[in-house]
Design a protein around this ligand. Structure first.
Ligand code: ATP
Ligand code: MG
Length: 581
């Protein structure tokens, strides 16, 4: 490729809208341009990187025995209604109508479509197991599209779906994908970890996420240095926690707490530690109201709560609803005397950190009043005790008691064991050796292609620009004649370009009439791993000046060694000493 003909509009300045390194560098490096919020055009340079990721993914999926298919992006509502997800998906699902008023959506994921295919085409245990994958455009109308390709609305995903005849087979299919994902992200040059995850509205029994470690990551990972446990904080198990000592009356008593409605205000006013207060939160789901009790110094993990309730929607009740349900204003709710009634508050869920027979402070369901000396399990019911608190750094691991740590991560891949959630409801059955019909056991496996490329940039850049892992780089090497108006340099540049291209390498020849400094800046920004500078000094000595993107000093080598030098770049990357941010 000749730079003079290549559309790569690099920018000198940082675009103001970009908050993360990958977003900033993909814009500055001329890789992407936004068309609408969360919707992008990939320019030639960006597309080259995306294709590299896709090739690695495709190779490893095929190696793991998955077959490639290509499903449509526009999907009929009927299939989504059949699975029950048409109503569950909410506004993330972009719904459209055709000229006949028939309902469709842009596919955000394809469980329904593949299950429909398999129920039609696969009927016997002899045809299983099977795993199908595609690399295809998804659309999710995200609430907050941001960070460029990291969280967009239209994006490319590799999604795969496995079908097995029994749990054992399903586990083996899952493990195969786990291995394939390991190979994929290793080949992409990423530092990642695998964590336990919540299954969200996709459903199923087990799921794990592949997280690229980066400070800009949207996810928090909880990690135990003692036993190796690691999980997304959305999913992380509860912790061990001792309730703090406090003086408390033996009997339940009322206390005036004028205007004190927050945990910290009440705790300091009554001179008790926050951990001796019980927060009573009134939630509503699609079907009912409920109260959630947890220690005052803890936060609710709403993802855990939502999955414990198997609720589609979950939110806090309004101040007015709280007044009607409890008789008291927001900030003064408590479990004592709270009526459980159909249509009103139907359940009281107590977090596992609240200890039976211990005394606490709670709201009195009355303006400006709290109750002290309230005994858990005696003054209010503890029939439903669940793990509902959010785990955080510094907590003690329930498994081994070590102190938990936290990291930021970017979720690039997600693997699920789905069981029969879709095959049962959509009747994707096969006949077993006895001729009985059984639902197949499914798994599903996603990788965000653009997000993986963005994550690679988050982990590999410096002040000058991107430092692409060679496996994802848009070109293997760039040849830069420092002055194209000099015929000798120009001729030598052309010669090296032809030599390298003929050896099967991806080469960019910077044949633009720019200053050497401007060219070097652009190429550093673009992150091409190998740089060959064609200047007077090298030419006079019969040598070629070469440098890898992450090295500080260039070296002069014999032209006969040039192809080998380019081919040695990936290995040099793997063993480089100065690993970058
Ligand atoms: P997130 O929690 O980040 O929204 P998710 O759990 O909704 O992700 P999945 O449904 O598991 O994601 O999708 C599979 C993969 O697709 C994710 O691991 C991620 O790499 C990618 N992905 C999901 N949403 C987006 C998005 N809005 N933009 C880019 N990639 C995405
Ligand atoms: Mg999502």
């Amino acid at each position: 490729m000749r730079f003079s003909k290549f559309l790569c509009p690099t920018l000198r300045e940082d675009p103001s809208e970009a908050e993360t390194a990958s977003h900033r560098l993909m814009l500055r490096g001329g890789m992407i341009r936004q068309v609408a919020s969360g919707i992008y055009t990939l320019l030639p340079l960006g597309l080259r990187v995306i294709r590299k990721v896709e090739t690695i993914v495709r190779e490893e999926m095929s190696r793991a025995g998955a077959q490639e298919v290509f499903m449509p992006a526009v999907l009929p509502a009927e299939l989504w209604k059949e699975s029950g997800r048409w109503d569950v998906m909410g506004k993330e699902l972009l719904r459209i109508k055709d000229r006949n008023e028939r309902e469709f959506c842009f596919g955000p994921t394809h469980e329904e479509i593949i299950t429909d295919l398999v129920r039609r085409e696969i009927r016997s245990y002899r045809d299983l197991p099977r795993n199908f994958f595609q690399i295809q455009t998804k659309f999710r109308d995200e609430v907050r599209p941001r960070f460029g390709l990291m969280r967009c609305r239209e994006f490319t995903m590799k999604d795969a779906y496995s079908f097995d005849i029994n749990e054992e087979g399903a586990k083996a299919s899952y493990d195969q994908m786990y291995e394939a994902y390991h190979r994929i992200f290793s080949r992409c040059g990423l530092r990642f970890s695998v964590v336990d995850a919540d299954s969200g509205n996709i459903g199923g029994s087990q799921s794990q996420e592949f997280m690229v470690l980066a400070d800009s990551g949207e996810d928090e990972i909880i990690r135990c240095p003692g036993c190796g446990y690691s999980a997304n904080s959305e999913k992380a198990d509860g912790v061990i926690s001792k309730i703090p000592e406090a003086k408390m009356p033996n009997q339940m008593e009322k206390r005036e707490t004028p205007g004190k409605s927050t945990v910290s205000d009440v705790a300091s006013f009554l001179e008790v530690p926050e951990g001796r207060l019980i927060k009573t939160l009134i939630y509503k789901t699609d079907t009912m109201y409920l109260a959630v009790l947890l220690p005052g110094d803890r936060e609710v993990n709403e993802i855990k709560l939502k999955s414990a309730l198997q609720a589609q929607h979950l939110g806090l009740a309004s101040a007015q609803e709280i007044q009607e349900l409890t008789g008291g204003p927001l900030g003064f709710s408590g479990p004592v005397g709270l009526k459980i009634e159909k249509g009103k508050i139907e359940r009281i869920l107590v977090d596992g950190l609240i200890e039976k027979d211990e005394s606490y402070v709670v709201g009195a369901n009355e303006k400006d009043v709290h109750l002290v000396g309230v005994v858990a399990g005696k003054d209010f019911s503890m029939q439903e005790v669940l793990d509902l608190h959010r785990t955080r750094e510094g907590d003690q691991c329930v498994k081994c008691q070590a102190v938990l740590q936290s990291d930021r991560g970017i979720e690039v891949g997600h693997i699920f064991r789905l069981g029969t959630k879709y095959s049962e409801i959509m009747q994707a059955t096969f006949s077993d050796p006895k001729g009985e019909l059984k639902p197949s056991i499914m798994g599903c496996y996603g990788i965000g292609i653009g997000r993986t490329a963005a994550a690679a940039i988050e982990q590999n850049h410096d002040a000058r620009g991107v430092i692409f892992p060679p496996s994802l780089a848009p070109f293997d090497v760039a040849v830069i004649p420092v002055q194209v108006t000099n015929e000798d340099l120009k001729r030598e540049g052309e010669r090296l370009y032809a030599l390298l291209a003929d050896s099967g390498l991806d080469v960019l020849l910077d044949d633009r009439e720019e200053s050497a400094g401007a060219k070097f800046k652009d190429l550093d920004l673009m992150g091409i791993p190998g740089k060959i500078t064609v200047g007077k000094k090298g030419l006079a000595q019969g040598k070629v000046e070469v440098k890898m993107r992450w090295q500080e000093e260039s070296q002069f080598i014999d032209p006969s060694e040039l192809v080998d030098w380019v081919r040695s770049i990936p290995q040099a990357w793997d063993t480089r000493s100065s690993k970058v941010a």
